[in-house]
Design a protein around this ligand. Structure first.
Ligand code: PLP
Length: 393
């Protein structure tokens, strides 16, 4: 008998749809192909020097070598509240409404453990960031798909939400991964009203808050009337400050939800290292435009180069207003996986098949703009030399 058996909750996870692409990518690399990976959404740009400097000093503090306070350093929580006031016009009480996280993925993944009982329903966007579904399953909850369709700007429809009730929790994510769609405060107000009427909580994932183009600035869910009584928001420094590897973010909003998440966390982890929290405070002190303007200019330039080339290839694609992604339809005759395979085999370029984000990603692929510009240009050059699309590739 094999005593080593994984828990059943692991077997509930959807099949890992990137596996096939990963295998082909590794095989191509072994054969010596210079593969360009436009799949991963991990910024190639550097963490700002002032942030690194602050960490360098803070790491020497002996008091920082001990466990951090569970909710995070008070100074960082105050900076997060200040940032929310300045940027989103949202007032937060740093003591009751701000909790420091080890990256927003950690908080999003732990939230269902704090709120969801076995067999309770959780509304998850499809396509969407896969963590919402996995975390729901780990908590014993039942993920219920909320379709995000291009005809509705990749926003869930109120009627679909109502039909899916009763539910305990709804995940929202704007600016959106993978579709790059954006939401306005009116949409958030509508969702908050539904949550109040049908008694479910809302988790707003704001990981891409600062990445907007042509002056677009994403609102916070918490700016919507009625949001504070039903919702919690996940704010991350990862993409804004090129700090994915530092692991620091925050959960903010409804004090009861923040306390429930803190209760889970205090039993499972001991927080982000204090020198990282100091570095995060330094990032939030940066003058808003000074760091962001050059960063956004780089992403805008990359976005335009990618969109232009995809259009030359005959693909219908709109330049996204936000995020580090371009989400586009695959050409006729292909599905998500055959097209990703085609690009890898004919151009040595990896893109993410839309089905990696759920069944409703079928027919789409995602390009990430986080590759150095010269490599991205090389990928585009290769795309421009592709033979005509063939559905049988
Ligand atoms: N939410 C979304 C939609 C993401 O795409 C990501 C990362 O790619 C995260 C959350 C997690 O970000 P982090 O844990 O680095 O804060």
């Amino acid at each position: 008998m094999n005593l080593f058996r994984r828990a059943e909750r692991l077997q509930q996870l959807p099949p890992y749809l990137f596996a096939e692409i990963d295998r082909l990518r590794d095989e191509a690399r072994r054969k010596g192909v210079d593969v360009i990976d436009l799949g991963v959404g991990d910024p190639d740009l550097s963490t700002p020097a002032a942030v690194v400097e602050r960490a360098r000093g803070a790491v020497l503090r002996p008091d920082y070598h001990r466990y951090p306070p569970y909710a995070g350093l008070p100074a960082l929580r105050a900076k997060i509240a200040e940032f929310y006031g300045r940027r989103f016009d949202v007032a937060l009480d740093p003591e009751r409404e701000v909790l420091v996280l080890i990256g927003s993925k950690e908080g999003l993944a732990h939230l269902p453990l704090a709120l969801v009982n076995p067999l309770e329903r959780v509304l998850v966007p499809n396509p969407g960031y896969p963590v919402y579904r996995a975390a729901t399953l780990f908590a014993g909850g039942v993920p219920v798909d909320l379709p995000l369709e291009p005809e509705n700007g990749f926003l869930p429809r109120a009627a679909d939400v109502e039909r899916a009730c009763p539910a305990k929790l709804l995940f929202l994510n704007y600016p959106n991964n993978p579709t790059a769609a954006v939401a306005d405060v009116e949409f958030y107000r509508e969702m908050a009203a539904l949550a109040d009427r049908h008694r479910f909580w809302i988790a707003s994932d704001l990981a891409y808050s600062e990445i907007g183009f042509e002056g677009y600035r994403a609102p916070s869910f918490l700016a919507a009337p009625g949001s504070r009584s039903v919702g919690i928001e996940f704010f991350s420094l990862s993409k804004t400050f090129n700090m994915t590897g530092w692991r620091v973010a925050a959960a903010v909003g409804n004090a009861d939800l923040v306390a429930a998440l803190a209760a889970v966390k205090s039993n499972l982890d001991s927080g982000t290292p204090q020198f990282v929290q100091d570095a995060a405070a330094a990032a939030l002190e940066l003058a808003d435009g000074e760091h962001l303007a050059p960063l956004l200019e780089i992403y805008r330039e990359r976005r335009d180069a990618v969109v232009e080339q995809l259009r030359v290839l005959g693909l219908a694609v709109e330049p996204p207003r936000a995020t580090i992604y371009v989400w586009a339809r695959v050409p006729a005759g292909h599905d998500s996986l055959t097209f990703a395979r085609y690009l890898l085999e004919h151009a040595g370029v990896v893109v993410t098949p839309g089905t990696g984000f759920g069944s409703r990603g079928q027919g789409f692929f995602r390009i990430s703009l986080t590759t150095p510009t010269d490599r991205l240009r090389e990928a585009i050059r290769r795309l421009s030399e592709l033979p005509a699309w063939t559905g049988s590739a």
